[in-house]
Structure formats: C-alpha cells, structure tokens
Design a protein around this ligand. Structure first.
Ligand SMILES: *Cc1c(COP(=O)(O)O)cnc(C)c1O
Length: 314
C-alpha cells in the first residue's frame, strides 16, 4: 500500500512551468490528502476502539477514506449526514457507493425521529459519552490536530524534493475545504524556518470563513497560509461551466484532477500568475518563481461528478 513519497511532475500551465506533487498516486483506498490527514489513525493502535464515528457530506472523499480505515482496523463505522440527494442514492460509483461497499453505516439524520433539529456534530456530541474509550470520533473532513502528523510527512517530502532540485525558495499552492491541509503544511514550514510560502483559496464558504477555521486550530496567524481571493463567487459542490472548462484544459497535461476542488484551485492559481506578471516569463526553462501544486486526490468522486457535468454541459 503506497502511503508516502509520491513523485513530483512538471506540467505546462498557460506556458508556465508548474510542478505537481502527485498525492493522487497514493493508494486508491486511502488517497490524496485524506491519506495524509488520517495517517495518524492508521499508524497507531487503538486497543479499546470498536467503533469509528464521523459526519459530513455523503459524497465526500473523507467518507470513503474513513470507510477504508475502519475496514482495515476492523471497526464499525457510523457516518452521519444531513440528508442524501436522490442522485447520490442512485449512483453506482463514487465515494458514497464505495464507502457502503466497505461496510460504512451511513445514517441520514433527516430521517431520524429524535433529531430535534440538531446538527450532525451536536447529535453525535449528545450520543457519545466523552469517556467512552470504545468510540473514536473524527470531526468532519478530518479537521483536527491529529492531521498534523501525516501532513508533516508531506512537508518533509517537499523539503527533500526541494533539496534535490536545489531550490532555496518555493511557492506551494493547494485549494482548501476545511483548510486543515494548507494550515498544517504552512505551519510545518514556518516553524522550521524554511522559505516555503503556502498559498490557498477557499472552496467552501469564503476567505474569512476559512481564516476563522485556521484560527480555531492554530491561534497564531503567523503560521497561517496565505489566502488568495477567489475572483468570483462559487458555491461548493455546484457545477459551473468555467470549472468544467478548466478541468478539460487540465486533462491535456496528462494528469487527471478532481472536479470539486481542483478547477477552482487552478482558476485561482491562473489569476495569481496573471496578477504577478509571471506569465510574461513563460517558455523559460527555469520558472522565475517555482510553484508546486499539491494534487490532493479525490478522483473516485469524479465517477459521480463527471456524468453530472456531461449531462449539464455536454
Ligand atoms: C478533502 C479534499 C480537499 C480539502 O482538504 P482540506 O484539508 O479540508 O482543506 C481538497 N482536495 C481534495 C481532492 C480533497 O479530497
């Protein structure tokens, strides 16, 4: 099972050379940034745990990776969702179906009689007693300090690659959901004093919301990544023609990207390159500012997203 040391490839993006860290090449069951975020739980023993609990979207990559984790560990896995769209229930591929095949027990709170308008996290708080050692609760999207363990390994790999390339300075870009990956990556480099600038953008909520999320995990803003503004408002999980067009352009690089986060990530990176006049230096052998884009996986989700895009935009 490949869980670290992914390769870095160089692609041409609008003529500008961008390096891509291929974390999508981690093991498909436990892939992308979820493999990094949940690595702590894989590497450690939890002798009393019998049941894993989490919550979030029924289409999320976290649901699938956690189902694989629970299967490997022999844990029961209960995953709470607000509701499940018919489209998701009918799908034959993707994260939801894959997780169910792995044995995930997905609990739809909109059909639970005793919900009393509680959110998933409030419902779980009331359900699980704090001192029950047999239950492990992982917050939505793996947004917790345990994520630091695996993300530091990603940071180490980037440093090793930089040394091999004889780079003294690097700009790392990755789109954020909860922002956990970008945050712990930025704080890893800053605490060690490396000239690696982590930049991100908010795919969920807006920039201010993302910064609040950072502060809840790490209060010192010096350790936070740089948040690049999104040029237009997009709602997470919705289909946009510019996303689909960007995704198709990216396919020409020979690397498949995810359809939820990456189209926005590359739209924002393109606007960043334009704003910083970096595209004038294109076609150079050595980029004037070396940029490393983190491919965070999520390709299983494309199996359900791509048919929706094709139906909508042809
Ligand atoms: C989960 C995920 C993200 C968001 O990661 P955060 O750590 O929550 O910011 C980005 N891209 C892909 C492909 C993901 O699966």
């Amino acid at each position: 099972m490949k869980l670290n040391s992914t390769p870095v490839e160089r692609i041409d993006f609008c003529g500008y050379p961008v390096f891509v860290k291929r974390d999508d090449m981690l093991h498909p069951e436990f892939s992308g940034n979820k493999a990094r975020k949940f690595r702590f739980f894989l590497d450690n023993d939890f002798p009393y745990v019998r049941r894993l609990i989490s919550f979030g979207s029924p289409q999320s990559n976290a649901l699938y990776s956690l189902s694989a984790l629970a299967k490997m560990k022999g844990w029961q896995f209960d995953y709470y969702v607000d509701h499940i769209a018919d489209q998701v229930l009918k799908s034959t591929q993707g994260n939801f179906v894959g997780a169910c095949i792995n044995g995930a027990n997905v609990i739809n709170l909109s059909q639970v009689a005793d919900r009393r308008e509680r959110s998933c996290s409030a419902y779980i708080d009331d359900l699980v007693s704090k001192d029950d050692d047999s239950v492990l609760v992982i917050p939505e999207g793996g947004r917790c300090e345990y994520a630091q363990y695996g993300i530091s390994q990603l940071g180490e790999e980037i440093l090793i690659w930089m040394r091999a390339q004889q780079l003294n300075e690097l700009w790392v870009f990755l789109p954020s959901g909860t922002g956990t990956t970008a945050l712990y990556l930025a704080s890893f480099f800053k605490k060690k004093g490396h000239s690696v600038h982590v930049m991100t953008c908010a795919a969920v909520g807006g920039s201010d919301y993302l910064k609040q999320q950072f502060s809840q995990l790490v209060s010192n803003t010096c350790f936070h990544p740089n948040v690049i503004e999104v040029p237009k408002k997009f709602h997470f999980g919705q289909l946009y023609r510019p996303f689909y067009e960007m995704w198709k352009r990216l396919n020409d690089t020979g690397i498949e990207f995810d359809l939820l986060y990456d189209p926005l990530g590359w739209i924002v990176l393109e606007s960043y390159l334009l704003q910083n006049d970096l595209l004038q230096h294109k076609c150079q052998k050595k980029p004037s500012r070396p940029i490393l884009y983190i491919h965070q996986g999520g390709l299983l989700g494309n199996a359900s997203m791509l048919p929706r895009y094709q139906r909508k935009f042809g």
